[in-house]
Design a binder for this molecule. Structure first.
Ligand code: HEC
Length: 110
């Protein structure tokens, strides 16, 4: 098993650019809520955020550690490589105007 996992990661090391592209492809269902061009009220902005923060939040939704009826179901369907790709994509985008100064808002809708 360890050997198999080792092989798989050696065969498909996802390049940063590919991750961003894959994330862009996957983000279609996210951006109806998480708009990338402006803050959207109660829904936190993802564009321009630290990718690690996005990943941590997705993992917490998936595990149920962070309660959110909406995001729990969405995160539950995402595989780890999809989460990484989405985090890479959103963090590669410029933050919407007005969000640039916000320092890692856990709850802050920006
Ligand atoms: C139906 C609307 C909706 C969709 C679709 C949606 N989200 Fe969310 N998302 C939310 C809401 C609402 C919150 C705030 C939840 C909370 O904090 O309780 C949230 C929170 C988040 C957070 C945490 C942000 C923070 O600042 O703490 C991340 C990361 C996230 N969503 C990623 C995604 C990704 C990736 C997708 C697409 C796969 C997605 N969301 C699709 C509504 C949505």
């Amino acid at each position: 098993m360890a050997l198999l996992l080792g092989c798989m990661s050696a065969v498909s090391p996802m390049h940063a650019d590919e991750a961003v592209e894959y994330g862009a492809y996957l983000s279609g269902e996210c951006v109806t809520c998480h708009r990338t061009d402006a803050s959207s009220g109660a829904i936190p902005v993802l564009a321009g955020r630290n990718s690690q923060e996005i990943l941590t939040a997705l993992a917490a939704f998936k595990s149920g550690e962070r309660a959110s009826p909406v995001m729990r179901d969405i995160a539950a369907r995402l595989a780890e490589d999809e989460m990484s790709a989405l985090a890479a994509y959103f963090s590669s985008l410029p933050a919407p105007p007005g969000c640039k100064e916000a320092s890692s808002p856990q709850k802050q809708p920006c």
